[in-house]
Design a protein around this ligand. Structure first.
Ligand code: ADP
Ligand code: MG
Ligand code: MG
Length: 886
């Protein structure tokens, strides 16, 4: 028994539904669903994605029985519409539409009005008593068929159309009458000839060529590129489906039209209907920016009944799909038809608002809400705005539609290719085009932002930019983007290729020159609400890496539950401290060193106190001095002089001491716990500072949970030696001060040996914190400072899928983590375990952390919101059955 290849929907029966996206594609599945719901959908059928797969797997051949199955479906379509395919008097016309399981806007192709030929166009004119309509439909069909199915450049059709318009002295397509359109058809046919192509008069032939063209478009270069950019190749897509749908006509006059609508505002997320509409138009006219579309409100005044029906259906669809819907509709002589519905693409801000609103409306639960927003969306929302100070003096040159929010500044380029070239060299670019088309997607992807002079809020540039989270200003009509001379002209200002330009996607404003961008502060209402849901859903805690009170404050505002890593070395660079630190380092005797440390102690004590205060009630993990000492040594002659004076040695003697500190391979040199083994007094001073600061807190009646972390441990004895001295100092201070203070002592796990002997280390430690940067460096043997030279080749060749310093290499480093976790917990079931490397802010690595069973991740303060969401999503995915897959 073969597979089922074709699924029909019509008033008598519906074979598909919205759950069948894999084989019907999103468009086909939802058309079937709408038909089931009783919505006015023109009848049709879907040829499944499995046929597409078959086609490509079998040297571009179709299954043998497909032909007869499609013919049967066409017969059924004739029966339900009462029209005949290829008939000269009452022809059935269809659209042939692509549609994969995952939406790829504008990537593949659709042909409308298929079935017309030289004879039936006359029949259609008579039947409808509307000659203009018939010829308009015919010229559109010839154009789309030539472009989509036969690969004739669509610009050439535009030229032919423009020629007729010029001759007549008109600007708009609408101003052409039936006779003009006949001329257009003649010119189009001439064009076919010139291109050596044939326009088939036989509708069945037309249909098969069109079907094949749609399946063929699955692997056209721009579709392939789109799937690459959006990382769709791993989703196991079979291909595109082909939908054959009976035509309904928006181009039958002023009581007809076509439009797109969203059930909520896709930019802000506001719960209000949003859409654009064109009378006497067909298909993509709205999106293509041929005329400036009208707002939905205008439909209300033109045809209130249709308008109300549309709103009713939109409500119904949103409730049914429980998400914001993006729909396409056509009105044929006052009669409304629904042609597509899908979950609408939205800006990051809208995603958050819609998710939160829908929870409040009772439409979805909190778990669903957190799954509706991408971690990257949250990041975008915390991303740039123009610096208000610089904006004051910026040179404003024009305004367009604020199509996709954010602020972007870059050098002007006029083609997608140039954008890609310059971006490769690390340049920031703004892609400026009169309008964009799917060929430009690669360039759009690498640009900081996109500026167009034509098109509306649903134009290609706008839709794609929103999807990518790129700043975009579109339809800036007073700005002339001159591709030929590569200049932008506006308001008397002329900008050349390579000049800086800045665009504001929130306001739609465009400025000449470079403007600094800044991040917004804090979390606005909806985001913080969504992240509260996230915290309810997640299991993994999120802490921040913060070294100074200011960072700790930001982290706390962003919802961090403690500090997972305070790098104490960052505290030694302040002007009053660095020389004391230098003195300590180059000290010849323990006494000298102790004296210098004694002077550093009060600084450290107050630093720690500041952190404890900002994080009151939460754990604060403080790492003992980690980097090689030579990072602190005096370098310039002036510094040498100062320090030499301070410790009373000659400059030359100091120079030679400094030289002695140099190492061949400092990352594996005298650093981390090794420093404390050689110079215990450093760790002693830091312990004192930590404990005294904590005691200060307690004496002020504040809560404090200090955790002392020892870096780079590879051997349990390192830990036991340090632990003994830390305990001795700490307990003595606590006793002296007669306070009740609990503190913890733990280790970083970043040396592969530590993972192997984690059972021994776990028995001695209160916590482990994976320093995934070093663990990756040492685990892979990739120097963090040098891997840039070859990682590109590694990723290109698929050896590593992603940069292992950004996303945990689950297979290798991940297994080391698992080994350490199991080892540590085997001897210490209460062991607390987290990650504090860069990976702590990476959603994929956060998911790994959850799946493997860690307690928390710690990341930079600005990534905390992203991490909170990612942690919640990991918890939901785990509930839904996801496990670590090494
Ligand atoms: P895309 O995937 O690019 O949106 P579609 O297949 O949805 O392409 O079709 C392109 C345009 O043609 C849309 O505006 C759609 O509403 C319109 N269209 C498609 N099929 C029909 C039809 N049977 N009757 C009228 N308009 C149609
Ligand atoms: Mg569509
Ligand atoms: Mg480290």
């Amino acid at each position: 028994m073969g597979k089922k290849y074709v699924y029909v929907w019509n008033k008598n029966r519906v074979e598909g539904n919205s759950k069948m996206k894999d084989i019907l594609g999103g468009k086909g599945a939802n058309l079937a669903e709408m038909a089931s719901l009783g919505l006015p959908v023109p009848p049709g059928f879907t040829i499944s994605t499995e046929v597409c797969k078959y086609y490509w797997d079998n040297g571009r051949k179709f299954p043998e029985d497909l032909k007869s199955i499609v013919e049967e479906a066409m017969t059924e379509l004739e029966n339900v519409t009462g029209k005949k395919f290829g008939d000269n008097k009452n022809p059935l016309l269809v659209s042939v539409r692509s549609g994969a399981a995952v939406s790829m806007p504008g990537m593949m192709d659709t042909i409308l009005n298929l079935g017309l030929n030289d004879e039936s166009v006359e029949g259609l004119a008579k039947l409808t008593n509307n000659e203009r309509f018939a010829w308009d439909s015919y010229r559109r069909f010839i154009q789309m068929f030539g472009d989509v199915a036969l690969g004739i450049d669509h610009e050439k059709f535009e030229e032919a159309l423009n020629e007729v318009k010029r001759e007549k002295g008109v600007k708009q397509d609408l101003e052409l009458d039936a006779n003009d359109l006949k001329k257009v058809v003649e010119l189009y046919k001439k064009l076919y000839k010139e291109e050596g192509k044939e326009f088939p008069q036989d509708p069945m032939k037309q249909l098969w060529i069109a079907i094949e063209a749609v399946f063929g478009s699955w692997n056209n270069p721009r579709a392939i590129k789109y799937r690459q950019i959006n990382e769709m190749d791993k989703q196991g897509l079979l291909g595109t489906a082909v939908n054959v749908v009976a035509m309904v006509f928006g181009n039958m006059g002023e009581d007809s039209g076509t439009g797109v609508a969203f059930t909520r505002d896709p930019n802000t997320g506001e719960k209000k209907y949003y859409g654009e509409f064109l009378t006497n138009a067909q298909g993509e006219d709205v999106v293509a920016g041929i005329r400036t579309p009208k707002s939905l409100d205008e439909l209300k005044s033109i045809n209130p009944k249709t308008y109300n029906q549309l709103l009713e259906l939109m409500d119904k669809l949103e409730k049914h799909f429980r998400d914001m819907q993006d729909i396409e509709f056509t009105v044929e002589k006052g009669q409304l038809y629904m042609l597509q519905t899908r979950n609408g693409k939205r800006t990051a801000a809208a995603a958050v608002k819609i998710a939160v609103d829908m929870v409040k409306e009772g439409l979805i639960n909190k778990e669903e809400a957190v799954m509706r927003v991408k971690p990257a969306d949250i990041e975008k929302l915390l991303h740039p705005l123009f610096d208000p100070e610089e904006l004051k003096n910026a040179q404003y040159i024009g305004k367009g539609l604020p199509a996709s929010p954010g602020a972007a500044t870059g050098k002007i380029v006029f083609s997608a290719d140039d954008a890609e070239k310059l971006a490769k060299d690390g340049e920031k670019v703004i892609l400026a085009r009169p309008e964009t088309s799917p060929e430009d997607v690669g360039g759009m992807n690498v640009a900081e932002g996109i500026l167009t002079s034509r098109g509306g809020m649903t134009s290609h540039a706008a839709v794609v930019a929103r999807g990518m989270g790129k700043t975009a200003v579109v339809g800036a009509e007073d700005i002339v983007i001159d591709l030929k001379n590569k200049v932008i002209k506006s308001n008397g200002v002329e900008l050349k290729e390579g000049d800086w330009i800045s665009i504001d996607g929130n306001e739609g404003k465009v400025y000449a020159g470079k403007i600094k961008t800044v991040r917004p502060e804090g979390l606005a209402g909806d985001i913080s609400e969504l992240l509260e849901y996230a915290d309810e859903v997640s299991v993994l805690g999120v802490r921040a890496n913060a070294d100074i009170p200011r960072d700790a404050k930001v982290a706390r505002e962003f919802g961090a539950q403690g500090i997972g890593l305070c790098r104490t070395e960052h505290m030694f660079f302040g002007p009053e401290r660095i020389n004391k630190m230098r003195t300590m380092i180059v000290s010849k005797t323990e006494e000298q060193r102790k004296a210098a440390l004694e002077e550093l102690l009060p600084f450290q004590r107050s630093d720690f106190k500041g952190l404890f205060e900002e994080m009151e009630g939460f754990s604060v993990t403080i790492r003992l001095l980690d980097p090689p000492l030579h990072e602190f040594v005096p370098e310039s002659d002036e510094q040498i002089k100062e320090v030499a004076e301070m410790i009373g040695i000659s400059e030359d003697e100091l120079r030679s001491t400094v030289k002695d500190l140099e190492e061949f391979n400092p990352m594996m040199g005298h650093r981390g716990v090794r420093l404390a083994i050689t110079y215990p007094e450093i760790a002693e001073m830091q312990t004192k500072a930590i404990i005294l600061a904590a005691i200060d807190m307690i004496k002020e009646g504040k809560r404090v949970q200090p955790e002392i972390m020892i870096p780079l441990v590879g051997n349990v004895k390192e830990l036991t030696i340090l632990k003994e001295s830390i305990k001795q100092i700490a307990d003595e201070l606590i006793k002296e001060n007669n306070v009740d203070l609990e503190y913890k002592i733990g280790t970083m796990i970043e040396v592969p040996r530590a993972c192997v002997v984690a059972d021994q280390i776990g028995a001695e430690a209160d916590f482990f914190s994976f320093g995934t940067n070093d663990l990756t460096q040492l685990g892979l043997g990739f120097s963090r400072d040098d891997y840039g030279k070859f990682i590109g080749d590694y990723i290109e060749k698929g050896i590593y899928e992603k940069d292992p310093f950004q996303q945990i290499d689950r297979e290798g480093v991940g297994r080391l983590i698992k080994l350490a976790l199991d080892g540590g917990r085997s001897t210490n079931p209460k062991l607390k375990v987290g990650i504090c490397g860069e990976h702590g802010g990476d959603p994929d690595s956060i998911e790994f952390a959850h799946l493997v069973g860690l307690d928390y991740v710690s990341c930079s303060p600005y990534r905390v919101p992203v991490a909170r969401l990612a942690a919640a999503q990991a918890a939901v995915n785990y509930k839904r059955g996801k496990t670590v897959n090494y």
